[in-house]
Write a protein that binds this ligand. Structure first.
Ligand code: COA
Length: 154
């Protein structure tokens, strides 16, 4: 199986926060943003696996700064680490000032996806080859989180 780099899995999705996405105080409804994140992260996972991968868990999701009606939301997702049949994908959502290009981090999320075969059973995933120091650090951090998760389940 050909290994992939995090760069090959990088997925970007743009949304404009419309009135129908807002809650009662004019900021984006969290569930809508979570749905955007799930889609963006799923495509990153599928780019890695070359086939359908399902969301197994949302491991972390922090709303750090609000998105308001009219804001341009830029989502980016990439694979942090590939395990046996599962992957950790990170997705960030930033608010972009289109006049200056400045971006503010609004959401940081990490999700686990599982690669499924034709029979619906988990299938081994290709390995991940980090290219940069940051990508290596992200993979190591993901491996530590997985080890902690597995030991907590015992
Ligand atoms: C995710 C799913 C395929 C796992 O199936 P399973 O029979 O439990 O598979 P296994 O126990 O063999 O685990 C397979 C992998 O998934 C991982 N996994 C399973 N449940 C997990 C969870 N809750 N969180 C994180 N990872 C999980 C395991 O650690 C394992 O990873 P590894 O192979 O890299 O070591 C199954 O639970 C499922 O189909 N869930 C519904 C998924 C879905 O419908 N998602 C859409 C959103 S509703």
């Amino acid at each position: 199986m050909k290994t992939r780099t995090p760069r090959e899995t990088l997925t970007e999705k743009i949304e404009i926060v419309l009135p129908q996405h807002a809650n009662a105080i004019g900021t984006a409804f969290g569930g809508t943003v979570m749905s955007w994140i799930d889609i963006c992260a799923a495509v990153a996972a599928q780019r890695h696996c070359g086939r359908v991968a399902v969301t197994a868990s949302v491991d972390a999701l922090d709303f750090l700064s609000p998105l308001r009606v009219g804001d341009v939301a830029v989502l980016r997702a990439w694979v942090n680490a590939a395990f046996r049949t599962s992957l950790e994908v990170e997705c960030v959502v930033e608010r972009e000032d289109t006049a200056t290009g400045a971006r503010v981090l609004c959401v940081d999320a990490r999700l686990t996806f599982v690669n499924l075969g034709e029979d619906g059973k988990p299938l081994p995933v290709p390995g991940l080859t980090p290219e940069t120091d940051e990508e290596h650090a992200r993979r190591e951090a993901a491996e530590r989180r997985r080890a902690a998760r597995l030991s907590a389940r015992k």
